[in-house]
Design a binder for this molecule. Structure first.
Ligand code: AMP
Ligand code: MG
Length: 497
């Protein structure tokens, strides 16, 4: 179908979430920040809703998103949800600082939420200010695009809006807004909210809405809610395995931050691995390491259990049968995860056949890398591996125990020989699984400091361009793929954003 480019006024809103019962949301308009200005516009996200990128040149462009001028067809609301935060059930959360402006249907019939984050208080703000600071908004804006470039399902962002208004955290900081996009921002916690408040009829309506709009493949099944649980689990395990592939730690995998569509959602204190460290904790508020890098698959199961429990009233007519169905589904979690994990492992190692030893081969390597070797640089370097040439290979110099690496490399060489692996073809394949460029903390931090100190937003644009193609070599940009500088160790990210 030919795409014609639309003005803001021509966007086709189809606000289906608003048709759900009143308990699911509360109507509220965004509140502009003083001195709002457009920092960055993402034409790639605009294309998702057929929006003409020239629209960003309009002097009143951001006014339509920050609340200064209503956007035709938008019916702003804050979504209600609850969730398990750090394992504890919190009966009501909801969009405390985000507002769903509306849902736009593009020419292909896809639905896209336009959501503005940092847009002021809502009924769900729980005495907080409803605002977001510039630094965290830059991180969210960049990381959505970085993940998309990596081929990992994620929310996107249409634009980043700066302001002259101070927002108070540990100290005053510039306030900002991100206009986020996702096919839906419905979370596991949206279902938990219905379940724990005993709104079983609403629960069914929410599930039907999600199935009809986003999971048509299960809609004709007599057990469509079991189908929904299965489908969400499939997407969730795939998502987490993909996070592990690129060394991404989400940081706050509360069930209210788990997307019902299997998207990476709510970028807060996330981090990418620099040096490989299984127990890497990116969130400085996470003292117990609940959301450490190697815990993510386990937390995925915990969150799936939260969702399964919330769906119990729909899974069977009789409570005990519902419990058995949920258990049977959850019992498949590890098998599904292992399948995804093995695909990731084989892709990272460039293996095309399956051998029982493959996972062990990979885990042995990780154990050698632990606390010593940069995850991204090593795997990118491994793409060039040529069996028998280990000694001359710069890979071994990354390991303090070079001989231990030689032993592993010999084993890897034998494994490759077993499938007559062609070095050149494998190299190309592996480059598609092992990115060269990731959004390391220090790269985001550099963009943040320039923005905060000098109102210089050029680094944001540079990173966006770079991270759209993380698997390409991009000559001239090698320094963005270097080891982090010393000062990167002092960067601290927490939930306070
Ligand atoms: P998060 O950790 O960002 O996923 O947020 C958890 C919950 O706290 C959500 O319900 C948010 O809407 C809410 N929240 C976080 N920061 C703020 C804020 N500055 N103002 C209002 N609500 C907030
Ligand atoms: Mg959240």
């Amino acid at each position: 179908m030919k795409r014609s480019l639309l003005t803001l006024e021509q966007l086709q809103f189809d606000n289906g979430y608003r048709q759900l019962p009143a308990e699911f949301y509360h109507s509220v308009a965004p509140q502009p920040l003083h001195g709002s200005h457009l920092i960055s516009f993402n034409a790639a996200a605009a294309a998702l809703i057929d929006l003409d990128p020239q629209q960003a040149q309009r002097p009143d462009f951001i006014d339509h998103f920050n609340g200064a001028t209503p956007l035709a067809g938008a019916e702003p609301l804050a979504m209600c949800y609850s969730g398990h935060q750090f394992g504890v059930n919190v009966p009501r959360l909801g969009d405390g600082r985000a507002i769903l402006l509306g849902q736009v249907r593009n020419i292909e019939g896809e639905l896209w939420d336009l959501q503005v984050k940092g847009s002021g208080p809502t009924r769900y703000s729980r005495n907080a200010d409803g605002r977001a600071v510039l630094r965290s908004s830059i991180r969210e804006y960049l990381c959505g695009e970085a993940m998309h470039g990596l081929g990992i399902p994620t929310t996107r962002a249409l634009c980043l809006i700066g302001s002259n208004e101070a927002v108070y955290r540990e100290q005053p900081e510039p306030g900002a807004m991100v206009v986020r996009m996702a096919q839906s921002h419905i979370r596991f916690g949206s279902f938990e909210y219905c379940y724990y408040t005993g709104q079983h009829d609403n629960l069914r309506q929410l599930a039907d809405y999600v199935i009809d709009e986003f999971y048509p493949e299960v809609s004709d099944r007599p057990d469509r809610y079991v189908g929904l649980l299965e489908a969400v689990m499939a997407r969730t395990v795939r998502l987490i395995a993909q996070w592990q592939r690129v060394g991404f730690a989400h940081g706050v995998m509360n069930s209210d931050n788990m997307s019902i569509l299997g998207l990476t959602l709510d970028y807060g204190p996330f981090g990418f691995l620099d040096t490989y460290q299984a127990g890497f904790i990116c969130n400085h508020s996470d003292h117990q390491g609940r959301y450490a890098f190697d815990q993510q698959p386990y937390i995925g199961l915990f969150n799936m259990s939260c969702l399964a429990q919330a769906l119990l009233p729909l899974l069977a007519d009789e409570p005990q049968a519902g419990v058995e169905t949920a258990k049977a589904q959850l019992n498949r979690y590890w098998e599904l995860y292992r399948q995804e994990e093995l695909q990731v492992v084989r892709a990272k190692l460039g293996l095309q056949t399956e051998q029982d030893e493959d996972l062990n081969l990979y885990q042995t390597l990780l154990a050698l890398m632990e606390g010593q070797v940069d995850y991204t640089i090593f795997f990118r370097g491994l793409c060039d591996f040529e069996p028998g040439k280990v000694g001359a290979n710069k890979l071994r110099d990354m390991f303090p125990d070079r001989e231990a690496f030689d032993v592993w490399a010999a084993r890897y060489g034998q494994r490759l020989a077993l499938e007559q692996s062609d070095d050149a073809a494998r190299n190309l394949r592996m480059q598609q699984a092992n990115p060269k460029y990731i959004l390391r903390n220090h790269l985001a931090e550099t963009a943040i400091r320039k923005a905060e100190d000098d109102a210089d937003y050029s680094e944001i644009e540079r990173l966006l361009t770079l991270l759209r193609h993380p698997y390409d070599e991009q000559p001239g940009h090698e320094r963005y793929a270097d080891l982090p500088p010393e000062w990167a160790q002092s960067i601290s990210v927490s939930c306070s954003s």
